[in-house]
Design a protein around this ligand. Structure first.
Ligand code: GDP
Ligand code: MG
Length: 162
């Protein structure tokens, strides 16, 4: 069995785009509309020494009662089966309440977690780091999945955890 790495975060932060970079496939649906990837998608990343399965999820959506139960169930399955979770956020949006709700859930899971701050293209990286340091996650990576940037150091750390 290959180790499993799950992409978890709000809709539209770039999870499917990152999935495509990692798996070099167009299997994952990438779309501007939030919530397009309703189920989990699987691919294999062979870019490093240890191949691993990448799981793309639809993303947590928050509603009046908290996290939407349908999408949360899918993402929770992905967290449960993961060896490492890539908690993915959007640099342009900053830290949103839904990000904090997802992070609470991830911390409860006890899984090794890396923070991926995506869409840093065109932004001041120091300002982005300052904003997301509020989440208190030691391992933070700035990426631009749409431009395949920042993926190599992220991949190296993922590999070290497998
Ligand atoms: P998901 O819902 O988290 O899977 O997000 P998607 O991968 O579907 O991406 C949502 C939107 O963000 C799409 O329009 C992507 O092209 C765009 N996007 C993804 N990554 C980046 C990035 O690194 N920079 C920018 N500027 N846009 C991105
Ligand atoms: Mg998606």
């Amino acid at each position: 069995m290959l180790p499993v790495v799950a992409l978890v975060g709000r809709p539209n932060v770039g999870k499917s785009t990152l999935f495509n970079v990692l798996t070099r496939s167009r299997d994952a649906l990438v779309h501007d509309l939030p919530g397009v990837t309703r189920d989990r998608h699987y691919g294999v990343c062979r870019l490093g020494a240890t191949p691993f399965v990448v799981v793309d999820t639809g993303g947590f959506i928050e509603n009046a009662e908290g996290l939407d139960s349908q999408t949360a169930r899918q993402a929770q399955f992905a967290i449960d089966e993961a060896d490492v979770v890539l908690f993915t956020v959007d640099a342009r949006d900053g830290v949103l309440p839904t990000d904090r709700a997802i992070l609470d859930r991830l911390r409860r899971s006890g899984k090794p977690m890396l923070l991926v701050v995506n869409k840093v293209d065109g932004l001041d990286e120091n300002a982005v780091l300052a904003e997301f340091s509020a989440l208190g996650i030691a391992d933070t990576f700035l990426t631009s999945a749409a431009h395949s940037r920042g993926v190599t150091p992220l991949l190296a750390t993922v590999q070290s955890l497998l």
